[in-house]
Design a protein around this ligand. Sequence first.
Ligand code: PMP
Length: 456
Amino acid sequence: AGTPQTFGDTEAQREVRENDRNYVFHSWSAQGAINPLPIAKGEGATFWDYDGNEYLDFSSQLVNLNLGHQHPKLIKAIQEQAGRLATIQPALANDARGELAKRIVEHSFEGARSVFFTNGGADAVEYAVRMARHHTGRQKVLSRFRSYHGSTGTAITLTGEPRRWSNGTLDAGVVHFTGPYAYRSAFYATSPEEEAERALAHLEQTIQLEGPETIAAIILETVTGTNGVLVPPPGYLPGVRALCDKYGIVYIADEVMVGFGRTGEWFAYQGFDVKPDLVTFAKGVNSGYVPLGGVVISEEIHNTFVDRSFPGGLTYSGHPLACASGVATFDIFEEEGILERVRDLGERVIEPRLRQLAEKHKSVGEVRGKGFFWALELVVDRETREPLVPFNASGEAAAPFNAVVAACKQAGLWPFAAGNRLQVAPPLVTSEEDLVRGLDIIDAALDVADSYYTGK
Ligand code: PMP
């Protein structure tokens, strides 16, 4: 990790900041309040600002930078493809797209047949829903309240959490239901098994009351991501599958965040004994080096569109630069044993340390996760489980949580923070030494969370 020319270059930094503030319209922000940190350089799990401050990235940016910054093989694959054929329209075949589709199908569920490529996660969700609607001839789609599925028309409506609120009802066919969350059970369950059972009963009632013959699909994040790393309790996902079979509903697994190694499997559903009909992916497919997403399609749904045209497409579907870096991702996973290291370091380093932090710090209400995907849920009282900040808090109400985040950043750790949770999602290539260092920083930051504790 050398020093870039720009470290300490206050003029360059000022220009980056000013151009951004003057001309860039930012996501999810009041434009008057933004002040993003200019980033000069990245390498592996680390990035640097223009003053040379170093950040160990425990968020993998937006949980997409699975193979870290500046992976030489990803860059080489993009450069080689760019030198040969930088772009081509989707109705013409190209080697990178075909090869990537083949690799994805080969690593997917039994009965997976083909891949439709998109530009990212939200449009993958749009297309999966569209396929399910055409396939079933039904219109409604069920999703959970605690979910994020993207920010386009149907995807933002499917998103159950507050980011949906101010966007109105863009898709009248969307129905929300409550999923399992044993730590804050809506079903008065006293064990994960009971939570699964009752959440499934609630889902079946929802299906019956909406009218099974009107429901095209159920979409679920296999492990809920930005809404809290909610790992499904035993039996829940197979139970959803059984309900889908019973009522002729398409099962869509949204694996945009958890696909490609995050939980130690190629796809997270492979660790939960469930076979979906459609799988959405993006982010980790090529670590975000070039925008890419897509839908893995079952044989049965694929066959619906063999004699009948599928009415949809995108100019950049299967973009060669994006697909070339996707193919390289599969090579890197195999050469570097990425899945094995995620399982090993997840079990041996991350999980035990997080469990130890929960013992040590009274502000940690619950630890949950898998592989390189974890959450610490912060509370002010373990008994009542009152969260460190109220649900959907902002401004002053969020100050205690912001103080914890600031302590991480000051110590050189870039955390993934959401609601009242510190989430741990480092790049899958992070060294054992850096994992330990990052967890030490979290340990110290939790002292700040403890200072707000009001319980016994
Ligand atoms: N689904 C899930 C589960 C996600 O986490 C995200 C992004 N955070 C999306 C869909 C949307 O992906 P994108 O931002 O690439 O549109």
